[in-house]
Design a binder for this molecule. Structure first.
Ligand SMILES: [Zn+2]
Length: 76
């Protein structure tokens, strides 16, 4: 079974749970204060996703001095 990491939005406690996919979608409650905890995705996965998204949006815009993709003032 997969291990999921959660962070309590109330007290900030970090904890891990061994759980099924069904259980994971429901979220978990903090073992300390019993408030709703949010599931944390692996740092590696979420970071590589946002990095590639950023690179794509920058690379798709050849004009660096304005927000347009191509324009007369930049002579692209
Ligand atoms: Zn808590």
């Amino acid at each position: 079974m997969p291990i999921y990491e959660y962070v309590c939005s109330e007290c900030g406690l970090k904890f891990e749970l061994l759980c099924s996919l069904n259980r994971a979608s429901e979220g978990a409650s903090c073992p300390r204060c019993h408030n709703a905890a949010e599931r944390v995705l692996s740092t590696f996965v979420s970071r590589s996703k946002s990095d590639s998204g950023l690179t794509t949006s920058i690379g798709g815009n050849p004009c660096s001095s304005c927000s347009a993709i191509s324009c007369d003032s930049c002579n692209l």
